[in-house]
Design a protein around this ligand. Sequence first.
Ligand SMILES: Cc1cc2nc3c(=O)[nH]c(=O)nc-3n(C[C@H](O)[C@H](O)[C@H](O)COP(=O)(O)OP(=O)(O)OC[C@H]3O[C@@H](n4cnc5c(N)ncnc54)[C@H](O)[C@@H]3O)c2cc1C
Length: 538
Amino acid sequence: MSKTIKYSGDTIIIGGGLAGLTVALELLNHNQRVIMIDRDESEKFGGLAKESFGGILMVNTPVQRRMGIRDSLSLAHKDWLSFAGFSPNDIWPKRWAEKYLERSIPDIYEWLSHRSIRFFPVVHWVERGYHISGNSVPRFHMVWGTGKGLIESLIQSIQSHPNRNKLTLYWRHRVTQLELHKGDVSGCSGQIETTGDDFVAQGNCTVIATGGINGSLNLIRKNWHPDFGAPPKTILNGSHKFAIGDLHQDVERIGGNITHLNLMWNYAAGISHPKPRMPFHGLSVVPPRSALWLNYKGQRMGPPYLMAGFDTRYLIEKICQQPYQYSWQIMNYKIAVKELAISGSEHNKAIANKDLFGFLKDILLGNAELVDELIEHCPDIVVANSIDELVEKMNALEKNHLVLSNMVYKEITNYDQCIHNKDYSSDDQLRRLKHLRTYRGDRARTCQFQHIMDKKAFPLIAMRYYILSRKSLGGIQTDLQSRVLSPKEEPLSGLYAVGEAAGFGGGGIHGKRALEGTFLGSCIVTGLAAARSIINPI
Ligand SMILES: Cc1cc2nc3c(=O)[nH]c(=O)nc-3n(C[C@H](O)[C@H](O)[C@H](O)COP(=O)(O)OP(=O)(O)OC[C@H]3O[C@@H](n4cnc5c(N)ncnc54)[C@H](O)[C@@H]3O)c2cc1C
């Protein structure tokens, strides 16, 4: 017979990812008794942030200034509005975007620095935009230690906190319902997955920090945006296995507003995880920019030719417009070793382990270890010593004859010919590569006009990319105190939502596109807003 176990505290936090952790830390600073409940195992404390690359968007930091980058709030605001493409009704998302930018120094840079978190001295320049302008200057600050280092430092801050005994953590507890008392949210309830018992947790305030919906391939398909046509047959999962919207549904049941679920930040270059930990588990490749990006039959997509680092949504749109919604990249071994990376702490061991020597070695010599490991274990990669052999293997992988050898031959020859003639202006990809190499942060990781058919750089490599699900841009609508709002914009008493669950603020802080690095940053900004409001309600 299952029993019901009762817990109580001042505040109940549902979800132990970066957003939940931030709330907990701040509440401990104010002597609150905190209960944190998570469906996962204790080793996964920190959620997705622990697996993340650890890139954070911040504006006008000392790191940028040391590099001579001139950034400002007004420039960042202009870039955010341009990239987001907000609709006139996106009042709360726009307010949150402003708040993020205003708080990026005190709430992110200083808050993290205070907890001994350091940033890599070169700021990355991502999402510059194609047709729609994105980041005008580099803003993606890499945490030294990646997301793993970020979370380890924050957990250390919790473990050594003078009020540590005021925090109780419950793992393998799945929250299924919010509890109400006289119309106010009074906590939550659910099941303990290890014992089958039920539990009820009671508190004055309840914070939803359960992440997004992108761990559910069904919900992704159900909420697929019409801009991308029908959802692809194969979508890989690069999110959290428990980010399946349990609490989104329940917030709606008790009168909260859920918005923009059809806005997502998925990636165009997903490959199957060689050691999958969930069905369709995928990795997000940082696609080499000197590689050619081809469609299902081996034709280059564009112009503008597809390249990473400009507009992720545009890549998805172009690939999904194809009759077969997957794509190929063709490169040689030298390009792969120099430019290929995988997003996340798992495949960036040197930075994750704060190994400066290893990191410098990867930058100078490339990461042959990663490429060799992927070639050996990833089913989406084929290698060959001629175009005919490569195409044969690509077709064998797809079990069809769609890739045309003469098409691939023509695309590679045209591209190599432009390099041979030093004609970098008539090919849009080469023009952009030339421009990219003017920035220090990109030059180190980009080949200098590398021919594909250079025999010294062989073998040839083809990678098959599926769309990879990652972040929910929409979610539970919140005001600037992270209080959950009703469709009439009234706060639901006692209920807060933070991080990805809240669409990173206001149910969709990013609009349609993210400047990148804004996900981790938003978890902290929304988490601190919730904690401050709980401590000092207005
Ligand atoms: C490989 C990778 C690389 C990334 N790199 C970056 C980057 O460089 N920069 C950036 O800004 N972002 C990055 N991200 C995204 C970022 O990590 C996430 O958006 C962010 O960490 C989400 O944090 P969160 O706390 O809102 O949710 P999560 O980390 O998803 O945590 C939610 C928690 O809630 C728990 N939970 C869910 N449902 C329930 C339930 N019903 N009951 C109890 N518990 C529940 C889960 O177990 C989980 O622990 C990356 C993500 C990945 C996967």
